[in-house]
Design a protein around this ligand. Structure first.
Ligand code: HEM
Length: 461
């Protein structure tokens, strides 16, 4: 077959494409390179390279789990320092991944997530109460408050632990340590090669933060084991579960790895989803009104129950469309098992990183048409959504792929639906008139410095 070389943007001798990517906003650079180079391009760095694909067809190809698997790239490798072979950071083939995956799949299933509704409702009410108290004139830091919500919800529902983020000015030491740990994990991947002592202070802080994460997790685990509390949460599933395949139980180390992993993988993503959803609703008054009308018709003024959540098709459309247009994880990386040709013509070597650029493939005009860049929840209502997945497999991948796809999806979905419904039920929102949209990128992306005001509609329900 005729092969075609994958284009590479011009770079520096030895350092390659280091300068092609803005380290504060790598996604922005990748999007402009995709504009310039098209469906596929390659970035070269000292000792490694990455192929970036950005059409639905190419993403679809790399979602074939017979040819490709999740790759553990630089950022994820650094996070392994803290959570080892936990679910998110495990290398394919590591035994603990399989044990944890099989034990945890039912615990993350729809039935057990329904059982978490009351605790999710508890935290969501704390958020609504805070916004009601701060009054209609207070500019709300949207993403910060959603991050408090998602962290508190995860810790409560997964292990019965309360961070009480809405009751303290200062962040809980665990949350502080996790934030610093993730930031440093990110910047370690971009270190300039200097002698080790230049980085000694940073390395010590990194190790100390990991120690805070692990000792907190160990404390929760040991308290549960010593106590009489009878909770049916993720921690209980991990302590009591036995793997159907190997007959093994999870080790304490593996349980701690995964407790921390849930917080890492679940908080920024869900907070980003909620923040972008409100941004999009505030920018699209028709969609906003449709969403609020649905909440009024289905739920009315009373308390929200878990049954209500299965009757909110428009809100589902809003969440799916937000995840398409502003995917909080804007890319995920795979590698080929063997040397291969992408699209039957682009040679890629076994093991080379291939980045699926969702921020681009989610707007593929061959799938979504001329208005691919517009926010239109109607195209994501149940029926068109099912049609889309039939006609264009893997056109919508915000939760990743296959067996390494997101285990927390039903958790995130229930939480996001509940919070959105409760907030629309109780408040009218106004975006800060001076707000200029921007994106802040860490492990995930979120709207930068977004402020809005929340005006109570009647009393709080
Ligand atoms: C994996 C997205 C919420 C736990 C993933 C992946 C994506 C993703 C794209 C695959 C990453 C990769 O291929 O490298 C999201 C989004 C969320 C969300 C968009 C919210 C809207 C959650 C929540 C939890 C969670 C709430 C925990 C309760 C995990 C775990 C994995 C994962 C443990 C690794 C699964 C494995 O490899 O076995 N998520 N996630 N996520 N997510 Fe989520």
């Amino acid at each position: 077959a005729e092969t075609v070389d994958i284009p590479t943007p011009p770079g520096l001798p030895f350092l390659g494409n280091i300068r092609s990517i803005d380290s504060d906003y790598p996604l922005g650079s990748m999007l402009s390179l995709a504009e310039q180079y098209g469906e596929v391009f390659r970035l070269r760095y000292p000792g490694r390279s990455a192929v970036v694909v950005s059409t639905r067809a190419l993403v679809n190809e790399t979602c074939d789990e017979k040819r490709f698997r999740k790759t553990i790239n630089t950022a994820i490798k650094q996070i392994r320092n803290g959570v080892h072979d936990g679910l998110f950071t495990a290398v394919m083939g590591e035994e603990n991944w399989g044990i944890a995956h099989r034990i945890l799949m039912p615990a993350f299933g729809p039935l057990s997530i329904r059982g978490m509704f009351d605790e999710m409702h508890d935290i969501a009410s704390q958020l609504a109460l805070k916004w009601a108290r701060s009054g209609p004139d207070a500019p709300i830091m949207v993403t910060d408050d959603f991050t408090r919500l998602t962290l508190d919800t995860l810790a409560l529902c997964s292990m019965g632990y309360r961070f009480n983020s809405y009751y303290s000015q200062q962040m809980h030491p665990f949350i502080q340590a996790m934030g610093d740990f993730l930031t440093e994990a990110g910047s370690r991947g971009r270190r300039v090669p200097l002698p080790e002592f230049f980085y000694r202070a940073k390395d010590e802080k990194f190790a100390a933060d990991i120690e805070i994460l692990r000792s907190t997790a160990r404390g929760v685990l040991e308290a549960r084991r010593a106590g009489t509390e009878d909770r049916k949460d993720l921690l209980a599933a991990m302590l009591n579960g036995r793997d159907s395949k190997t007959g093994k139980k999870m080790t304490d180390e593996s349980i701690m790895d995964n407790l921390i992993t849930f917080l890492i993988a679940g908080h920024e993503t869900t907070s980003g989803l909620l923040s972008f959803s409100f941004y999009q609703l505030l920018k699209h008054p028709d969609a906003y009104q449709n969403a609020q009308r649905e909440v009024d018709e289905v739920i009315g003024k009373g308390a929200i129950t878990v049954e209500h959540l299965s009757r909110l098709p428009y809100l589902n459309g809003v969440l799916r469309e937000t995840l398409r247009v502003n995917s909080p994880i804007p890319m995920f990386a795979v590698e080929a098992f063997e040397d291969t040709l992408l699209a039957g013509k682009y040679p890629v070597q076994k093991g080379e990183t291939i980045i699926n650029l969702l921020a681009k493939s989610h707007a593929d005009p061959l799938v979504y048409g001329d208005d691919a860049n517009e926010f239109r929840p109607e195209r994501m209502l149940d029926e068109p959504f099912n049609q889309l997945n039939k006609e264009f497999p893997n056109a919508w991948k915000p939760f990743g792929n296959g067996m390494r796809g997101c285990i927390g999806r039903p958790f995130a979905w229930q939480e996001a639906l509940l919070v959105m419904a409760m907030l629309l039920q109780n408040f009218n929102f106004v975006l800060d008139p001076g707000y200029v949209f921007g994106v802040k990128q860490t492990l995930t992306i979120k709207p930068k410095d977004m402020h809005m005001r929340a005006i109570l509609r009647d009393g709080l329900t």
